[in-house]
Design a binder for this molecule. Sequence first.
Ligand code: SF4
Length: 283
Amino acid sequence: MTTGAPESGSPVEELLDLVRGLRAQLEWQRASFAFGMSGGEVVSEPEEAAPPSVVEEPPAPRPVAPRAPASLASTGPGAVTATAPLQVPTDPAERRRALEVLAETVRGCERCALHAGRKQTVFARGTGSSGVCFVGEGPGADEDAQGFPFVGAAGQLLDRMIAAMGLARDEVYVCNIVKCRPPRNRKPEPAEMEACRPYLAEQLELVAPRVIVALGATAVQGLLGTSEGITRLRGTWKLYRGRIPVMPTFHPAYLLRTPAAKREVWLDLQAVLRHLGLPVPTR
Ligand code: SF4
C-alpha cells in the first residue's frame, strides 16, 4: 500500500528538503535584515536546552480575584494567583499625570543601596500606545548619564527591533526592573529588585500594556519571580500577576555579543505582533 508520501531518499524527497532549506534560509535573512545585520551569520546552538521553534499563543489569564486591598508590598510579581488591578485612573491624562508623580517619587528614592551610585534615576521612555511594554534589567552608564532607559548600544538595537516590528519608537513603553544603575553594570541583587518592585508594579498598572516583553533573565526574574534560564523560557508565554501576557526573550546586550540569537528574538517578536493582531512584517 502506498501512502502517497515521497520515498525517503527519493529525488522528490531531496527536492522537498532543498525547498525547506531555502525557505528557512529566506526567513532567517528576512529576520537578519529586520535587525540591521548581514544574513550570512550562522545560527549557533544555545547553551541550554533548545528553545521552542514554535511560539504558542499566550495562556488565558486566570480569573481575577475579588478586589482586595491591593498592597504592592504583599503581592509580588511572582505571585501564582491572579491579582486584582490597583485602583488607577481611567482617564488617560490622569494616568499620565500619575506616572509623572510616580517618576518624581522615584527621583527621591533611597530604598536600596543603588541610590548612592546613581547620577540620576531612570524611569521610562515612550507612551505604550501600541500596547507593548519592554522591560529590561537596569540602567547602564549611558542611561545613568541621560536619564532614559535603553539609549546606549543595546538601546539602539532595541530601537531597530521595535522598527522591525513596524512600530514607532515612542509607541512602546520601555522601563527596567531597577531604576538606578548598579555599580559596574552588575546584575541587581534580589534585595534591590525587591525594593524597586513596587515602582515597576505601579508603572505597569498605569500603563496597562497588552503585552510585556521581558528582556533577559533578570527581567524575567523581576517580573515572574522565576530563576529559570532565559534560553529555556524564551518564546514561551507567561502571565504577569496572572493577567498580562509576558513574552520572555533575549536582552539586546546579549544579541550584540551573540548576533545569531537574533533569529530567536525575531520569532518572539513576531509572536507578540500576532497576539496583538498586528501585521507581521516579512521584510
Ligand atoms: Fe529606589 Fe529603585 Fe533606585 Fe533602589 S533602585 S534606590 S529602590 S529607585
